[in-house]
Write a protein that binds this ligand. Structure first.
Ligand code: PMP
Length: 421
């Protein structure tokens, strides 16, 4: 069956024909037949160079032979135990070695679960109810953080089904704006349990913190006895072995991880300072549990993946990222287009706006219709990027120069086409 036929059937049995909303694009998404390295193949027999990479986890590309081997070996010995297994201790140790703030680790199954647990833990530890997140940040699909910016700092539910009361303790602030945060702290500081931040905003495209901004957040949270939580579900093991906290040299109290930590299998991780983490059940009273927590298959994939992520590999990714961003800038300049190229390490995005993008508000000045035309032209040219201006493109270790060059050619053609050049 081809994608069109599958999508028709899928719409009947899956809401919107997909299992997660961003996967839906017009007229219908292609259905995957398989993935290998940096290539994702559709059931229609088309091969795409993949910069979505399952929204981040596949830093080694699809079906890396050594990860497949490790997982296969584990599956033969069982897929879930309901008792602890050695791999959990090993993977926890690897995370602790790499991630500066990590002294203890709790494994779960998704980034959503990790941020939910982080919020509960921060509230319990501080005895305070309010939490702060940033406009445009995404921390998963659970009620506490699924909010849109309201008037002032107050958030409003971003989906029907979330009671106003549930988000009444969720405050929002603009990213990269020190003054707004100082004001919020003056007003509410003593009531705030935590500030949760994506150190690089990866869910409104790709926005870096301004020079000193993360250190500013570290200082202001210390002054107000507030926990600083880095949501590194995207940036963890991506921008550096120790994530954004290593890259920018700022250490939070807690970190949430996922994606790469599971090597392509479901994973969520909450990690942080021992005195905070020891409050998690059964060591302490803060409840967190899961049938599949520390799942041996995800853990085996995570261990093998982290083992393969050495310094050379990060240098290679960095080089490829710079090459791609440089190439994009050159094309835009040749075509006289005043759009923004954003990103760092192996992350990048083009914003279809003339404004410098530093936060949610400036990201929203982008021409999203134009972006979708660009997306479709790229798809026609054999390049798959996430189908939204507000997602981020990822590079894997399987992307080679030849792929990058083919991609840049496709980008140039796409930009000419969608501009009507
Ligand atoms: N935090 C961030 C920063 C994310 O990007 C995501 C998902 N893209 C999540 C949390 C939620 O993770 P998951 O989809 O695994 O629940």
């Amino acid at each position: 069956m081809n994608s069109e036929e599958l999508f028709r059937m899928a719409q009947d049995v899956l809401p919107g024909g997909v299992s997660s909303p961003v996967r839906r694009f017009e007229p219908y998404p292609f259905f995957a037949a398989g993935g290998r390295g940096c290539v994702l193949e559709s059931v229609d027999g088309v091969e795409y160079i993949d910069y979505c990479l399952a929204y981040g986890p596949l830093i080694l590309g699809h079906a890396h032979p050594e990860v497949v081997e490790a997982v296969t070996r584990q599956i033969r010995r069982g897929t879930a135990y309901g008792v602890p297994s050695e791999g959990e201790v090993e993977l926890a140790g690897m995370i602790i070695d790499r991630v500066p703030c990590a002294e203890m680790v709790r494994f779960m199954n998704s980034g959503t679960e990790a941020t939910m647990a982080a919020v509960r833990l921060a509230r319990a530890f501080t005895g305070r109810d309010k939490i702060v997140k940033f406009e445009g940040s995404y921390h998963g699909a659970h009620d506490y953080v699924l909010v849109k910016p309201g008037s002032g700092a107050a958030a409003a539910p971003d989906s029907p089904g979330i009671p106003g009361a549930t988000v009444s303790n969720t405050l929002t602030a603009p990213f990269n704006d020190e003054e707004a945060m100082v004001e919020l702290m003056e007003e509410m500081g003593p009531e705030i349990a935590c500030i949760m931040v994506e150190p690089v905003m990866g869910n409104v495209g790709c926005i870096e913190p301004m020079n000193g901004y993360l250190q500013f957040l570290r200082d202001i949270t210390m002054e107000n006895d507030i926990l600083l939580i880095f949501d590194e579900v995207i940036t963890g093991f991506r921008v550096a072995a120790g994530g954004a906290q290593e890259y920018y040299g700022v250490e939070p109290d807690l970190v949430t991880l996922g994606k790469i930590a599971g090597g392509g299998f479901p994973m969520g991780v909450l990690a942080g300072k021992r005195e905070i983490m020891e409050n998690i059940a059964p060591a302490g009273p803060v409840y967190q549990a899961g049938t599949f927590n520390g799942n041996p298959v995800s853990v085996a994939a995570g261990i093998r993946t982290l083992q393969l992520l050495d310094e050379d590999l990060y240098h290679g990714l960095e080089r490829m990222g710079s090459y791609m961003r440089g190439g994009l800038r050159d094309i835009l300049s040749d075509l006289d287009l005043n759009y923004q190229v954003a990103g760092l390490a192996s992350m990048f995005q083009v914003y279809f706006t003339g404004e410098e993008v530093t936060d949610y508000r400036t990201a929203r000045t982008s021409d999203t219709e134009l972006f979708m035309r660009y997306f479709h032209s790229l798809l026609d040219g054999g390049v798959f990027i996430p189908p939204s201006q507000f997602e981020c493109c990822f590079i894997s270790a399987a992307h080679e120069m030849e792929h990058a060059d083919r991609t840049l050619e496709a980008v140039e053609a796409a930009l000419r086409e969608c501009q009507g050049h």
